[in-house]
Structure formats: structure tokens, C-alpha cells
Write a protein that binds this ligand. Structure first.
Ligand code: DGY
Length: 321
């Protein structure tokens, strides 16, 4: 019997995933589930042939270059891979994979929850109720932004952006999008493409961020670009926090130019800028876009499908790069 490949497992993944790992791999598991530091990864990596990590572990150039030559593959339990230095991995001959597709619907659902929750003051009104401070219905309390029939701008018309757009069709929203190139997406033939960022932003009564984080998209929404959005716009982010400059968004929310924000992600996670919490017009969640049991199991299975394919010498289902 040939020895099983050795897999460094940086987090406690769902039971169904851990069970499948134990069948095919000799696993070195981070038992207490804290995100591993670079030093911790290096101290364990010499005993492994591959790593299964999450977006909470940053494999920058320095860490990738320092990895022992035993490491042949890194499978990330995420669709986003801004935490992996793809060029460094490539030059070191390390294969990478991610988990596209399986989390599209769960994440688009949370984008819509953030959109509706922000527009309709769901968090601040519920907080009033939960704290026992709601004393009666009034005609003017908790007034939100009307959603149906409004213009929704989608930044990044990939799988998740398209799934958000399809949900928005159910609210009779007019879809505008900004992307590297126009997209031919079934059911979204009437979505309006803007190659120009300024023209795009001017249309967005609602803006949903669905692009990857990259040097080009970091701080896409900043003091200057926020001003291009129509007065009273609602901003939603379920992609990566640093696509928005938090201090600029907070200032625009305080000033009122932006009516509300729905955020599943933010800068410096898990440390939310406390100014957000002082604002009634913010609906904020702790990065739960893909957090359904079904989706988190499937994400693990996609990681393992990639690892299994790699060790069997077969093409990967979802390679990066
Ligand atoms: C993803 O899959 O990219 C999620 O944001 C979790 O990291």
C-alpha cells in the first residue's frame, strides 16, 4: 500500500470535510482553529506535501519562498485568492486551487440580505426592538430606501455578480455593471455595460461590490468615487473589505450622501471600524457569505477534488493561474 499524501490542514473544516480528509490524507490539523501565522505554517510545512488553507492565512511572497520544497500544492477553501501570491507560487512550482461556483448562490443571497437590510434599516430597527425600546408603531419611524424598480450597479460581473443581478430582476431593478469586458449572461441580456467607471457610478442608486480584491480594485470606492454615486445611494459589499476605503464610506454615511451600507466584509477583519457601529444606517455581518452547511461542505469537497486530482496526476477541476 502506498503512503497517503501528507496534508497540512490549517483550520477546522466541517466534519464531513474532515472525515473525507482523513480517508485520503495523513493530516496535520491545526486543532484549535486559530488562523496560522507564517511562522506556525513554516514550522509545520516540512511535514507536509500540500496545504489546505483558508483566506485567513496569508501566503505572501516571503512565506511562499520560505516554504520547504516538500510543499507541492496549496488548496484554498475560498473562491477569493488575494491572500495567495500567485506569481511567487508559480515561480516556486507550487500548484494552487480555489473553490469557485459552489458558493455563488449562498454569497449572492447574503448580498441581497445586505442590500435589503441596509435599505430597510433592518439591523438598527431590530436592535431597538431587542433592547425593549420600541414603544409603538409610528408613520415616520425607521423609514428606509425603496428598492423595487431602482437601478442596481454591479462592480464585477462574474459568477456572483450575475447571481446578484438575477435576484435583482425579481425586484424589477435595472441592472448596470462595470467589468473588464461585457458579459453575455443568460437572463441578463438587458443589463447595461459601462466600460467607464465614472459613467457607471453615476447610475448606481444601489451599488453591489462583487469583484476580486487586486491592486486595481483596492479602494475602488474612496472619497472621490463615492461622490460620483447619486445622492442617497446604498452601498453593498460581499467581496473583500479593502475594495472600499472604510473611513471614506463612514464619512459619506455620516454626511448623508450615502443613505446606507450593507457590509459582509470590511477592512482589517475581524476588527470592524467602531464608527460603523455608531451609525443606524449600517447593516453589517461577520463575513458569512458562504456560510451555509451545504456550501461549506461543498467548498471542502472542491478543495479535496483538486488535491486528489493533483496527487493522481490528473487535471485540476479549479486551478488558479
Ligand atoms: C471566499 O470564498 O472567498 C470567502 O470570502 C471566504 O474567504
Amino acid at each position: 500500500m502506498t503512503a497517503k499524501p501528507r496534508l497540512l490542514v490549517t483550520r477546522q473544516f466541517p466534519d464531513a470535510v474532515m472525515d473525507r480528509i482523513s480517508v485520503s490524507y495523513d493530516a496535520i490539523v491545526n486543532q484549535d482553529d486559530h488562523p496560522l501565522s507564517a511562522d506556525e505554517i513554516l514550522s509545520l510545512a516540512g511535514k507536509a506535501d500540500a496545504i489546505m488553507c483558508a483566506s485567513t492565512e496569508r501566503f505572501d511572497k516571503a512565506l511562499i519562498e520560505a516554504l520547504p520544497d516538500t510543499i507541492k500544492m496549496i488548496a484554498t477553501y475560498s473562491v477569493g485568492y488575494d491572500h495567495l501570491d500567485v506569481a511567487a507560487a508559480k515561480s516556486k512550482g507550487i500548484t494552487l486551487s480555489n473553490t469557485p461556483d459552489v458558493l455563488t448562490d449562498a454569497t449572492a443571497d447574503i448580498a441581497f440580505l445586505c442590500l435589503l437590510g441596509a435599505a430597510r434599516q433592518a439591523q438598527s430597527s431590530a436592535a431597538t426592538l431587542r433592547s425593549g425600546q420600541w414603544d409603538r408603531w409610528t408613520p415616520t419611524q425607521f423609514l428606509g430606501v425603496h428598492v423595487t424598480g431602482k437601478k442596481l450597479g454591479i462592480l464585477g460581473m462574474g459568477r456572483i455578480g450575475q447571481a446578484v443581478a438575477r435576484r435583482a430582476k425579481g425586484f424589477d431593478m435595472e441592472i448596470h455593471y462595470h467589468n473588464r469586458r461585457p458579459v453575455a449572461a443568460p437572463g441578463l441580456e438587458d443589463a447595461i455595460y459601462h466600460s467607464d467607471k465614472t459613467e457607471f457610478l453615476k447610475q448606481c442608486e444601489f451599488l453591489s461590490i462583487n469583484c476580486p480584491l487586486s491592486p486595481e480594485t483596492k479602494y475602488f470606492l474612496n472619497e472621490e468615487t463615492l461622490r460620483l454615486l447619486p445622492e442617497g445611494a446604498v452601498v453593498v459589499n460581499t467581496a473583500r473589505g479593502p475594495v472600499i476605503k472604510d473611513t471614506a464610506l463612514i464619512a459619506a454615511l455620516k454626511q448623508g450622501h450615502i443613505a446606507a451600507a450593507g457590509l459582509d466584509v470590511f477592512e482589517n477583519e475581524p476588527h470592524l471600524n467602531p464608527d460603523y457601529l455608531a451609525l443606524d444606517n449600517v447593516f453589517v455581518l461577520p463575513h458569512i457569505g458562504s456560510a451555509t452547511t451545504e456550501t461549506r461542505n461543498l467548498m471542502g469537497f472542491v478543495c479535496l477534488d483538486n488535491l486528489d486530482a493533483f496527487f493522481a496526476g490528473k487535471p485540476l477541476p479549479s486551478p488558479i493561474g
